[in-house]
Write a protein that binds this ligand. Structure first.
Ligand SMILES: NC(=O)C1=CN([C@@H]2O[C@H](COP(=O)(O)OP(=O)(O)OC[C@H]3O[C@@H](n4cnc5c(N)ncnc54)[C@H](O)[C@@H]3O)[C@@H](O)[C@H]2O)C=CC1
Ligand SMILES: O=C1[C@@H](O)[C@H](O)[C@@H](O)[C@H](O)[C@H]1O
Length: 338
């Protein structure tokens, strides 16, 4: 079966996912697109054979020729599309974040549970990255003993000078580490603290860049996340778990290390598209395969909700400068199989 996909939001990642669905992966075809920028939607459709442009996301979701929906519009718009897809009984891949508030995520959970079918997958692609999977294997196998700490760095070369706020450093960027550590350690984050180091002059005046986020896991594992969103030199994602008897770290990602003239050097990825290119491929193929067989896979709406709750606690910690306890609702049995 070829899964006929409709894409809502055809900006950077929407177009990148369309490229992989069309040219890299198997079993799917992009048959419809929409965007609040109709010119952009038309340009993207023009590059696809026979894809139609819908005036709205709601219209695209109702299209009988669309089997499954991919949401890649701005975070605050995700809720209405995910809810509409659930109502239409269509599988939906939603880019992170699932929604921007805990309340919005709760509405999605309630709707999905009421529908009786697992339809939502959230785009936390780091779970599909081979290097993160290697670190997780070392943790799970006991190769480094009981885990105690994790150090993470999330460095973007730059973010737009307008429109990218300090809060988005949490909701848009740190949300990846928030999901990652829940997956890595198989437990929940119970408290969060956000520290504001000396401010970089490279970001806009109202951006407090960098930040340090401290996440306390239920078992006592402490995670520190450095968020530097105007680091300049490239897109650099780092992670190291410290255990009682060893450490496990993400490897460097350069394809080659060149040694010459008494020096060594290797490339740093330009952006998330380059760094996680394989992870996005594997993630979306996994989704297409699950949709084709009527099953479900990957990070669930519950994972999206759990990350949002922690993200909200981080925002509170950022506002108040204090350690903030995370409290989440009881996990419905519906999500036990994840
Ligand atoms: N998993 C990952 O590593 C990444 C995930 N993302 C996520 O993907 C989403 C999109 O991000 P980008 O592509 O970077 O942004 P973008 O700004 O490049 O693209 C978003 C597109 O959505 C359109 N749009 C906005 N509101 C809409 C609405 N109500 N209905 C239809 N279209 C709408 C915009 O016109 C734009 O074309 C965000 O949720 C972001 O957090 C983005 C980059 C990487
Ligand atoms: O999701 C992403 C962006 O939206 C976000 O702005 C970046 O900081 C992340 O590294 C990238 O993966």
């Amino acid at each position: 079966m070829t899964v006929r996909v409709g894409v809502i939001g055809v900006g950077m990642i929407g177009q990148d996912h369309i490229r992989r669905l069309t040219h890299v992966l198997s079993g799917s075809q992009v048959v419809a697109v929409t965007d609040v920028d109709p010119t952009r939607a038309q340009e993207v459709a023009d590059g696809l054979q026979g894809a139609r442009v819908h005036a709205t996301g709601q219209e695209l979701i109702r299209d009988d020729d669309v089997d499954a929906v991919l949401v890649a519009s701005w975070g605050a718009t995700h809720e209405e599309y995910v809810l509409a897809a659930i109502e239409a009984g269509k599988p939906v891949f939603c880019e992170k974040p699932l929604a921007t508030t805990e309340e919005a995520c709760q509405r999605i959970l309630d709707a999905e549970v009421a529908s009786g079918r697992r339809l939502v997958m959230v785009g936390f692609m780091r779970r599909y990255d081979a290097s993160y999977q290697g670190v997780k294997s070392a943790v799970d196998d006991g190769a480094i003993g009981t885990p105690l700490l994790m150090h993470c760095a999330h460095r973007n070369p730059s973010v737009p000078p307008y429109g990218f706020t300090t809060e988005m450093m949490i909701t848009d960027s740190a949300i990846h580490e928030i999901d990652l550590v829940r997956w890595m350690f198989g437990e929940e984050v119970v408290a969060a603290t956000v520290l504001k180091p000396r401010r970089s002059s490279k970001g806009s005046d109202d951006l407090h860049d960098p930040l340090i986020v401290l996440l306390e896991m239920g078992s006592g594992v402490l995670v520190d996340v450095e968020l530097s969103l105007n680091i300049g030199y490239g897109y650099d994602i780092r992670g190291e778990v410290v255990g009682e008897s060893g450490t496990a770290s993400l490897a460097e990602t350069a394809a080659a290390m060149v040694k010459s003239d008494g020096r060594f050097s290797g490339g740093v990825p330009a952006d998330w598209r380059e760094r996680f290119i394989r992870a996005y491929d594997v993630e979306l193929q996994d989704w297409i395969d699950a949709v084709a067989t009527g099953g479900f896979t990957g990070p669930s709406a519950w994972d999206g909700y759990a990350a949002a709750v922690v993200s909200d606690a981080c925002l509170e910690a950022l506002r108040t400068g204090t350690r903030t306890v995370v409290s989440q609702r009881e996990r419905p049995d519906f999500y036990t199989k994840s």
